[in-house]
Design a binder for this molecule. Structure first.
Ligand SMILES: NC(=O)c1ccc[n+]([C@@H]2O[C@H](COP(=O)([O-])OP(=O)(O)OC[C@H]3O[C@@H](n4cnc5c(N)ncnc54)[C@H](O)[C@@H]3O)[C@@H](O)[C@H]2O)c1
Length: 279
């Protein structure tokens, strides 16, 4: 982190991966109580967000990182180590179904956060937390045992091709890549909680429902099903990025000190409602 007369060296370090809509909102909130290392494959996007937050008094260092590239992820963790280690890790980066590629979506949405969690676990210490953004989509189907077996090695280089082989050819779609990658993420947090717990640290997933973001707007265009889901949301509206930042802030705080290895749905009640006939 480049030192300026305003750098808040008294604050712990948060790593926020993803500087898109939701990532920027989370970074802004994390910057209230942390120095922030803001990573994105698009360094200029991270730099623009960092500039905005610096104006507000945040100490935010943008950094380029491709989460699907183990070397790039290792460099990110080394940068964090050089800054004295981390307190909070929030993995927000992800591709929507608009990306339209099974392999790309699986790699960015599951292999990426798996590589990130793997690289940061050795730096974890008591009080640290990792929050990974999953999705309501993960709650829409149950994965079969063979699929779960593949998802159990989320950092494997051949993850996407192995997953595709398990699925019927008609299911190797962007939608299924998205759903299975988020199922794999939730499973990973459940499984890895023991390892993080041995370091005195926590790992949790957060599943947003329909959130008003530019990415969310694109998914509306691609999916009539998504519009239909909106009609079923008990709170009758989309969630906001601020509401996701609120939940992330809680999960990273000491108030959440016994919450690990689980998923928090922030969906206005939609997942629960889908289990019942429309009224
Ligand atoms: N918007 C919604 O309604 C909604 C609902 C559920 C879950 N989510 C999840 O929220 C997360 C963020 O959504 P968003 O709206 O901020 O998305 P966004 O598209 O605005 O931002 C995603 C960011 O990820 C970055 N990125 C892409 N590939 C990368 C890579 N290989 N390495 C590093 N960074 C990479 C992009 O450059 C971009 O800045 C995603 O994980 C998404 O699945 C969103």
């Amino acid at each position: 982190m480049s030192l300026t007369p305003r750098t808040r060296l008294d604050l712990p370090l948060a790593i926020v991966v993803g500087a898109g809509g939701m990532g920027a909102s989370v970074a802004r909130r994390m910057a209230h109580g942390h120095r922030v290392l803001l990573a994105d494959i698009d360094e200029s996007r991270a730099a623009a967000v960092a500039n905005d937050l610096a104006i507000e008094g945040g100490s935010v260092l943008p950094i380029a990182c491709d989460v699907t590239d183990a070397t790039s992820v290792e460099a990110l963790s080394q940068t964090a180590a050089g800054l004295g280690g981390f307190r909070t890790l929030v993995h927000v980066a992800g591709l929507s179904i608009a990306a339209d590629s099974f392999n790309k979506i699986v790699n960015v949405n599951l292999r990426g956060p798996a590589l990130v969690a793997q690289a940061f676990l050795p730096l974890a210490s008591p009080g640290c937390s990792a929050i990974l953004i999953a999705s309501l989509a993960a709650h829409s189907i149950r994965a079969a045992p063979a699929e779960l077996a593949v998802l159990a090695s989320p950092a494997a280089p051949e993850l996407a091709s192995k997953l595709a082989k398990c699925l019927a050819p008609s299911n190797t779609t962007a939608q299924m890549a998205y759903t299975y990658s988020k199922i794999g993420l939730i499973e990973m947090a459940r499984r890895e909680a023991a390892a993080w717990g041995r370091a005195g640290a926590r790992i949790v997933t957060l599943s947003p429902g329909l959130i008003a973001t530019p990415m969310g707007a694109l998914a509306y265009e691609k999916s009539a099903g998504k519009r239909a889901m909106f009609e079923r949301t008990p709170l009758g509206r989309e969630g906001t990025m601020t509401e996701i930042a609120d939940a992330v802030e809680f999960l990273t705080s000491d108030r959440a000190s016994f919450i690990s290895g689980t998923d928090l749905l922030v969906d206005g009640g939609l997942c629960g409602a889908l289990g019942y006939p429309a009224s």
